[in-house]
Design a protein around this ligand. Structure first.
Ligand code: HEM
Length: 245
């Protein structure tokens, strides 16, 4: 199917992500990438040279947990704000069953999609599972603060869990970035905040209808307010007359 044209500068389009959500998202994205780069050297010596990016092995070891705390905090904010739009609905199950149509670009065969499609919702839920568990397992192995108080078996399990969870989160992030590149206009949405109406209709038709409904109701409400204001001015002509000086 042909892709909708990008939003023209004069077209206000529809707001997809407000400034707060965008800044929040990019802070998470930057800190996540820094976590990967600072965590990999401790996973395998092959990645040891990456410690150079953080001022050497000692600094990398010190910084990694603090970046983790920062990421977890901002992720918690995003998880709360995106919770409602990420709830799995019946049409999402159908969308997942038709994953072949998604991958072969047969969007016209897919069931209607809300603000986020089932793939985006899965990314959200996998991260909601991974980030808190990464935080807990990370705290359990954090030297010199907590690790010494944790029994050695639990520490070993936490270290192993931390690595597996990081692996799952990294794979999920790669799919997330790939789908952002796959669906043209997604990056613009997360950078500028607004998308064109044809883009919204093409990729998220249910959300588009909801937004159009809000726009219509907003216009009706403003029209009603305007008419009421006009009528009250006619009933009280003194209000429109200028006061004598
Ligand atoms: C370099 C890293 C990242 C890039 C390039 C990226 C890119 C994007 C883009 C383009 C969107 C907008 C998609 C749309 O509305 O169609 C988006 C949304 C989102 N991102 Fe990211 N992201 C990154 C990292 C992350 C991380 C680390 C997380 C969570 C831990 C995350 C969670 C989300 C969520 C929950 C959404 C909203 C739903 C969705 O579109 O999946 N992102 N991201």
């Amino acid at each position: 199917m042909s892709e909708p044209k990008p939003r023209a500068k004069s077209d206000p389009g529809i707001l997809r992500y407000d400034a707060f959500s965008r800044i929040n998202h990019w802070l998470i994205a930057i800190s996540f990438v820094m976590l990967v780069l600072s965590g990999l050297p401790f996973f395998h010596p092959f990645f040891w040279s990456l410690t150079g990016l953080f001022g050497g092995p000692t600094m990398t070891r010190i910084l990694h947990p603090y970046i983790g705390l920062f990421m977890a905090l901002f992720f918690a904010i995003m998880a709360i704000r995106f919770f409602k739009v990420s709830l799995i609905k019946r049409h999402d199950i159908q969308w997942l069953k038709q994953i072949k149509d998604v991958l072969s670009n047969h969007d016209e065969r897919l069931p209607p999609v809300g603000k986020n499609n089932a793939g985006q919702k899965l990314v959200y839920w996998i991260m909601v599972l991974c980030v808190p568990l990464l935080l807990v397992t990370g705290l359990l192995i954090w030297q010199p603060y907590f690790a010494d108080a944790v029994p050695i078996t639990l520490r070993r399990l936490a270290a192993m869990g931390h690595a597996y969870l990081a692996f799952l989160a990294i794979i999920t992030l790669i799919i997330h970035i790939y789908s952002g590149i796959w669906v043209k206009g997604s990056f613009t949405a997360m950078i500028r905040g607004r998308v064109s109406k044809p883009w919204a209709k093409h990729h998220h038709d249910l959300w588009y209808e909801e937004e159009m409904d809000k726009e219509r109701r907003g216009k009706e409400h403003r029209g009603k307010e305007y008419r009421e204001h006009e009528m009250s001015n006619q009933q009280h002509p003194s209000m429109t007359r200028e006061e004598p000086k």
